[in-house]
Design a protein around this ligand. Structure first.
Ligand code: PCA
Length: 217
């Protein structure tokens, strides 16, 4: 079984995006018998949906988690809902700033994550990772990709959803006042565990973790 794990290229003037650093660190890892395929999506409204569609058709995943960075969040943020709205607060990497538009015409107002989000949150917390559920993935490219992901997979029975990760310490250190941050190693451990729980449908951690090296922190 293949897992598609996406991250984003840096945006908003940053030189690094932890979402891609986490995804690329997990690329080719085998988790509970499933292989992680990492893909980096462009942080552009014009390019991200097609890049996602291409990744889905090449990887043919049985599980998809898209990652993005949310500066200012203090925990691993498991998103519950994607909304059919684009309202960019800043310019994307193509210098576009679309506002008050639907992600897709003639699509529902929102889609829910189809991941076992509460089991994921509980497992992350039990393993010592700050984690929570979020009711908004924003209205920028991350929400667009989350909405596209749920739309493209509707009715396919493939669990999919979105997780926002905090800024890295080195990013937080450059902002005054500083924003919350989480080190890359902890983010990687947390997302590896999130994938294991998602694969398992959240039923039994004991069955999925032993061979794959549960996070030690
Ligand atoms: N975060 C942005 C887009 C890319 C990313 O990593 C967002 O939250 O929309």
């Amino acid at each position: 079984m293949n897992i598609l794990l996406t991250g984003f290229e840096p945006f908003g003037g940053e030189a690094i995006n932890p979402s891609w650093e986490v995804a690329r660190a997990l690329n080719d890892q085998v988790i509970a018998g499933a292989t992680v395929h990492a893909r980096c999506l462009p942080t552009t409204f014009g390019g991200a949906p097609q890049a996602l569609a291409d990744a889905l058709s090449i990887v043919r995943p049985g599980l998809v988690i898209a990652l993005g960075m949310a500066s200012g969040r203090s925990e691993i943020s498991i998103e519950r809902v994607a909304v059919n709205l684009i309202d960019a607060r800043i310019a994307d990497n193509a210098n576009e700033r679309p506002q008050d538009l639907p992600v897709r015409d003639e699509a529902p107002a929102a889609y829910f994550s189809t991941l076992p989000i509460k089991a994921m949150r509980d497992a992350l917390r039990a393993a010592g990772h700050p984690a929570g559920l979020s009711l908004s993935a924003g209205a920028f490219v991350c929400n667009q990709v989350f909405f596209e992901l749920q739309h493209q997979l509707v009715g396919r029975g493939i669990p999919s959803g979105f997780i926002h990760v905090p800024a890295l310490p080195e990013q937080a250190a450059r902002v005054q006042p500083t924003v919350p941050s989480m080190g890359l190693a902890a983010q990687i451990d947390a997302i590896r565990l999130a994938l294991a729980v998602a694969l398992d449908g959240g039923e039994s951690l004991a069955r999925t973790l032993p061979d794959e090296g549960a996070p030690t922190s």
